[in-house]
Design a protein around this ligand. Structure first.
Ligand code: GLU
Length: 446
């Protein structure tokens, strides 16, 4: 429920952003949590912090023309929503996927603002991308697309202004093409303008693994306060991209047993445990489909897309995309005895699913907290770039683990302080909102 004092501001967001369902969903989740903060701090209402925080500082939409391998002209739409720069330069990934539109980018940028605040690092929030479908495109086509995208974007970004990174459809290969074009146009080797770079050209060790590793650390913390561990638990991870792969890796390292993952082709169920080497070969090296995994693993089976939450497990990690786990999926997981659920993707659980987990007493880690390890390590990459230094894998991973433990502790303590013990959704939204709001007041009317 949204506090009645916030109803007018909420109605205004709906009215001014028609048809943007995901953005509405993300805003609603935050507004449902922050009523008690507004009640305690009248200056936030006076300064219209809710209205300001829900309005992006700047929204860019641009044409991305490029030529495919047959010489045919293609036109895509590019976006960058610079949501909030109170705590630092705009920061957040780029998503290349046919589903990308302004509403999706706004929901992601809004979420990113709070996630980044939760890391405690000096980074504001943004998101961007294009409705470009990289599936089946050659390296040359990807390069031409990235070059065209950057030919417009370069004028809006910079190490102290806005620092993009990857998201769905954007990994080290794409960041390389984007960075190369930025360097060429600006005549500057400005390492800190993008994160997720290759290690040979300014990237940080652990950035590739960071989101997935961070989720496993967060789950470990949630279970620890309940007197449990990951060791020996059966786990299901949706998706099979960068986030899913390294979540599986760390869950295995911590003694958990991941039996399923997925892509849009279907769900792979591998009762002997997902073979990470095979998964990485098929998805990372060869960029092929989940159905190709089966060929290497005779005991594994391919099930229908969307059926992953029917597999009994104690730990469930939705790491694919928004709204991939609904109320019915949540009911099934609860019936099968799930203990912990953590969002690896951004907003993968619908509001009904979140409510069901919280009501059933399942340890539920919202994306803003559970998947913040990726962007936190991006901030560590920015630190290394600023000092022209590069840290070891061990040191960087230690920093990541400490950041995740701190985020967990903050969310846990805030939830207790506001009378909702164990509710990490409340904890994450209140902690991050307080940080952004307090700084916005300090910086005056901007
Ligand atoms: N796209 C990632 C996220 O959702 C990473 C953003 C970044 O590293 O800037 O947090």
């Amino acid at each position: 429920m949204i506090d009645e004092k916030l109803e007018a501001a909420h109605a205004e967001v709906l009215r001014r952003n028609p048809g943007e369902a995901e953005f509405h969903q993300a805003v609603r989740e935050v507004l449902e949590c922050v009523g008690p903060v507004i009640a305690k701090r009248p200056e936030l209402a006076r300064e219209k912090i809710i209205q300001r925080i829900c309005e992006p500082e700047r929204q860019l939409i641009f044409r991305v023309p490029w030529q495919d391998d047959r010489g045919e002209v293609q036109i895509n739409r590019g976006f960058r929503v610079e949501f909030n720069s109170a705590l630092g330069p705009f920061k957040g990934g780029l998503r290349f996927h046919p589903s990308v539109n302004l509403g999706i980018v706004k929901f992601l940028g809004f979420e990113q603002t709070f996630k980044n605040a939760l890391t405690g690092m000096p980074i504001g929030g943004a998101k961007g991308g294009a409705d470009f479908d990289p599936k089946g495109r050659s390296d040359d086509e990807i390069m031409r697309f990235c070059q065209s995208f950057m030919t417009e974007l370069y004028r809006h970004i910079g190490e102290h202004t806005d620092v993009p990174a990857g998201d769905i459809g954007v990994g080290t290969r794409e960041i390389g093409f984007l960075f190369g074009q930025y360097k060429r146009i600006t005549n500057r080797y400005e390492s800190g303008v993008l994160t997720g770079k290759g290690v040979a050209w300014g990237g940080a060790l652990v950035r590739t693994e960071a989101t997935g590793y961070g989720i496993a650390y967060f789950v470990d913390e949630m279970l620890r306060v309940r007197g449990e561990t990951i060791a020996g638990k059966t786990c299901v991870v949706s998706g099979s991209g960068n986030v899913a792969i390294y979540a599986i890796d760390k869950i295995h390292q911590l003694g958990g047993h991941v039996v399923a993952c997925s892509d849009s082709d279907g769900v792979v169920f591998d009762p002997y445990g997902i073979d990470l080497a095979v998964l990485r070969q098929v998805k990372e090296a060869e960029r092929r489909r989940m159905s190709d995994y089966i060929a290497y693993r005779p005991r594994a089976t391919l099930r229908a897309p969307g059926s992953i939450w029917q597999i009994p497990c104690q730990i469930a990690l939705p790491c694919a995309t928004q709204n991939e786990l609904d109320g019915r999926d949540a009911a099934m997981l609860i019936e099968n005895g799930v203990l912990a659920v953590a969002e690896g993707a951004n907003m993968p659980a619908t509001p009904e699913a979140v409510r069901a987990f919280l009501t059933a007493g399942v340890a539920f880690g919202p994306g803003k907290a559970a998947n913040a390890g990726g962007v936190a390590t991006s901030a560590l990459e920015m630190q290394q770039n600023a000092s022209r230094d590069s840290w070891t894998f061990e040191y960087t991973e230690k920093r990541l683990a400490a950041i995740m433990a701190k985020i967990h502790a903050l969310c846990f303590e805030t939830a207790e302080r506001f009378g909702s013990p164990g509710n990490y959704v409340m904890g994450a939204n209140i902690t991050s909102f307080e940080r952004v709001a307090t700084t916005m007041v300090a910086l005056g009317l901007t």
